[in-house]
Design a protein around this ligand. Structure first.
Ligand code: XIL
Length: 393
């Protein structure tokens, strides 16, 4: 999947919050997450904060705020876009108010970082990291070894040695640059073909073609060497539904994880992308067995890209939003009964900015509604479902 992003480097408006304010900021965020969209006073304080004025923050950091207990919640986060953060203050405020974590939607992919072979363009990723730091938000990195969003020049990588050199240079450079700023990385993204026969059924990419299955080990070891403290994640999709293709994917993925573990390849967690479809049933038993196997391998679980693809659902908004929330609830319930995810992230925060219509446009021409906030940044039932499972696990 390729993307034509804007070429301009984006510098975000800077609201400087020193490290000494982080605790205060976290408690503001814990409070405001519930109240922001209800239009309460704290939401207004955060609007001020988002534009870089700190005067509103301390006014709301009163002892009566319910900050205690906030740490018990599973962190919630979303994929964000640097261009929208720079251009759309209401979106930026909603991210600040709702997210404890963000992941750049495209800015850390090869296509953005490496437009030509000899350059690294970090401006857009840096802008997101600065924004996150200023607002006490953690950043995840996505992604280092994927078949998608590769710049065209990578097609001319002709030999095994060249592929290894490019992959290790890239991962070493990017992960060490953000050491300390990005504590978890989707190192491997979508390694399996759609209907795998085994762990050997790797999705074709320049990395798999030139390096075979070794690309997984090379990528993970390079990331671990560049930042020994980073949590390294293998991220995959289509593992939660009922049907033989999804069962085959779960089986192949467990085999793949086991072979990495058996060889002591550094890996800490599995990312469930969770691009759900409201018309596909969640295989509760299959998913729970799969998660128990992951747990037995001593790997953590992250929910990395949750959204609900609604292109074939009824147009009526109330009905559609309820179906979307329902499938997310069935998924999160199955997951949270077996593991406590390290975080729950959605692939975007608001329906205003979502990848879904690029690939799953509705036939009736109505906008997609896959995310927790609608296009006006109002909470939808999906928001409450996520909130519920953040508390209950
Ligand atoms: C998508 C982005 O949202 C789009 O903007 C881009 O054009 C293509 O990639 N699984 C992933 C993400 O791991 O990287 C994808 O993101 C969505 C599917």
């Amino acid at each position: 999947m390729h993307r034509n992003g804007p070429d301009i480097a984006v510098i975000l408006a800077s609201g400087l919050a020193g490290a000494d304010r982080q605790g205060e900021i976290m408690s503001i965020k814990a409070h405001s997450r519930r109240d922001f969209l209800a239009g309460t006073a704290s939401a207004m304080a955060l609007t001020v904060f988002g534009t870089g004025e700190l005067s509103g923050v301390s006014a709301f950091a009163t002892p009566s705020m319910p900050s205690a207990g906030a740490t018990k919640l599973v962190p919630y986060g979303a994929a964000v876009r640097s261009d929208a953060l720079a251009a759309d203050p209401s979106y930026r405020d909603a991210v600040i108010a709702n997210c404890q974590m963000v992941v750049p939607e495209s800015e850390l992919k090869w296509l953005e970082l490496r437009p030509t072979q000899n350059e690294y363009r970090f401006e857009k990723a840096d802008a997101i990291i600065d924004f996150a730091r200023q607002n006490g938000i953690e950043v995840r990195g996505h992604t280092l070894a994927w078949y998608g969003a590769l710049p065209p020049w990578t097609e001319s990588i002709a030999t095994r040695a060249e592929a290894e050199r490019e992959l290790t240079d890239h991962i070493g450079t990017v992960v060490s640059r953000y050491r300390g700023a990005i504590p978890s990385w989707d190192v491997i993204n979508e390694p399996l073909v759609d209907w795998p026969e085994s762990a050997a059924s790797l999705r074709p990419s320049i990395w798999a073609r030139r390096l075979g299955a070794d690309y997984l080990k090379i990528a993970l070891e390079t990331a671990a060497a560049a930042d020994p403290d980073a949590k390294l994640v293998l991220n995959e999709y289509d593992v939660e539904f009922t049907g033989p293709r999804f069962a085959a994917r779960r089986k192949a993925l467990i085999q793949l994880l086991r072979s990495l573990r058996d060889r002591d390849v550094p890996l800490h967690a599995v990312g469930l992308q969770a691009h759900l479809f409201a018309d596909r049933a969640i295989d509760r038993d299959g998913l729970q067995v799969f998660l128990a196997e992951i747990k037995a391998l001593k790997l953590d679980v992250w929910v990395t890209e949750l959204d609900v693809i609604d292109y074939e659902l009824p147009g009526k908004i109330g009905e559609r939003d309820a179906l979307v929330a329902g499938v997310a609830s069935r998924f999160l319930e199955a997951v949270c009964e077996v593991v406590r995810p390290k975080a729950i992230l959605t692939w975007g925060l608001s329906d205003r900015y979502t990848w879904v219509p690029t690939y799953f446009k509705r036939r009736d021409g109505m906008p997609n509604r896959p995310l927790p906030l609608d296009a006006e940044l109002k909470r939808k039932p999906l928001f409450d479902v996520i909130d519920e499972f953040r508390r209950e696990v």
